[in-house]
Design a protein around this ligand. Structure first.
Ligand code: SAH
Length: 370
């Protein structure tokens, strides 16, 4: 999965724009500006609850086309949160998508990416339309040590999973093998235990499941920063609470695609196990010295967006809209984002806070989650 999606030369994400009508899938920030605007207001509210610490960074994992961040920066500038108060840190593996993000967020010719000073942790830098520093990183531990608002939208579902099945002898891993006769790919069950079978399976009642060690490590890295430097994380994705079994699949041209056919031409994805992410956010690795963070959610996208005011925002936009086609698009975007039959219940929101916020959050719980 890792090779197919992020191999430096042939990886699915590495050299093309895969989003939108002409791509393979469409995501909420691409459907409507309302999505990013509401998230921006939520972030400002929660940052205010923390005492508006500056300087801070907004960090997005896997920003895609940069649309969500562009909507957020526009709202931050409306709320007069100045470019000098914060910087933008993007964790992105794809050089191609990095360029798309740069065009989206730093559109001025004069602000083209400047050369990165030697010894820097980031691999690219520029200045946003509103004057804040934008830097690109490969991994979370490279980010500046400062208060951080983390965002991950449809990021964790792209990280590799291992498929495990229970057989008579115990847990085994489903591997991918080559058919000798026609050189097609096929699934096989490992003869013995593999390292993935060491995952926490003691009280597991499922007969089959998917585990994503990379998702756990990334969540622990994020949780460590939140505990040590202060910050909040908002994770949004399709997923479950540790009860689903077999969700690995491919998407091509908005249709399901067999992951073993023409690998590298289709998106590969698996539902996010939010129960596992919550475990990782509250359990440091053995050599780390942070304590448990607080987790909120998951809640369904329709509940989060409704509670933070998507209906009001739709009304506002419709009131100032003179074009019937635009008004129709706004209404259909609202339906797509919130209808339980579309993205409303499939997508979930999870928030992480440092444990020092416990008393404040008891009095002022995170909007959207209650
Ligand atoms: N958040 C965007 C894009 C989602 S697609 C949206 O919702 O529209 C997944 C994104 O994660 C892409 O930008 C992809 O290049 C990036 N990505 C995938 N694996 C990654 C990894 N291991 N490290 C950093 N970025 C990764």
């Amino acid at each position: 999965m890792r090779e197919v999606l992020t191999n430096p030369t042939a990886g699915y994400y590495m050299n093309r724009d895969v989003f939108g009508q002409t791509g393979d899938f469409i995501t909420s920030p691409e459907i409507s500006q309302m999505f990013g605007e509401l998230i921006a207001v939520w972030l400002i509210n929660e940052w205010t609850k923390c005492g508006r610490p500056t300087p801070f960074q907004i960090t997005e994992l896997g920003p895609g086309r940069g649309t969500l961040m562009a909507d957020i920066l526009r709202v931050f500038s409306k709320f007069k949160i100045a470019g000098s108060d914060f910087s933008v840190s993007l964790v992105e593996v794809s050089p191609y998508l990095g360029q798309v993000q740069e065009k989206q967020l730093c559109p001025s010719q004069a602000q083209e990416a400047t050369e990165v000073p030697q010894g820097s942790q980031h691999y690219k830098q520029s200045i946003s339309l509103y004057g804040s520093q934008v830097r690109w990183y490969n991994h979370i531990p490279e980010l500046p040590r400062t208060f951080t608002l983390f965002l991950a939208h449809e990021f964790f579902d792209a990280l590799p999973i291992h498929k495990l099945v229970k057989v008579d002898q115990g847990w085994r891993e489903v591997l991918i093998d080559l058919n000798r006769e026609d050189l097609t790919l096929r699934y096989v069950i490992s003869r013995d235990r593999t390292p993935a079978c060491l995952y926490r399976l003691d009280n597991e009642s499922r007969e089959e499941l998917e585990v994503s060690p990379q998702s756990l490590i990334i969540t622990q890295a994020m949780a460590a920063r939140i505990h040590q430097d202060g910050g909040i994380a908002l994770v949004i994705d399709y997923g479950h609470e540790g009860d689903k079994t077999d969700t690995f699949r491919g998407f091509k041209n908005h249709k399901l695609h067999d992951p073993l056919v023409d690998p590298g031409t289709a998106d590969l994805t698996a539902d996010v196990d939010f129960a596992a992410l919550k475990w990782a956010a509250t359990h440091p690795r053995g050599f780390e010295d942070w304590k448990a963070n607080l987790t909120y959610g998951t809640v369904d996208q329709k509940d989060f967006l409704t509670r933070v005011g998507i209906n009001l925002r739709l009304e506002q936009l419709l009131a100032s809209c003179r074009d019937e086609d635009v008004a129709r698009d706004l209404k259909s975007a609202h339906k797509m984002l919130t209808d339980p039959m579309e993205m409303g219940s499939k997508f979930k929101f999870l928030a992480l806070y440092p444990s020092v916020m416990e008393k404040i959050l008891e009095r002022y719980p995170p909007p959207g989650f209650v």
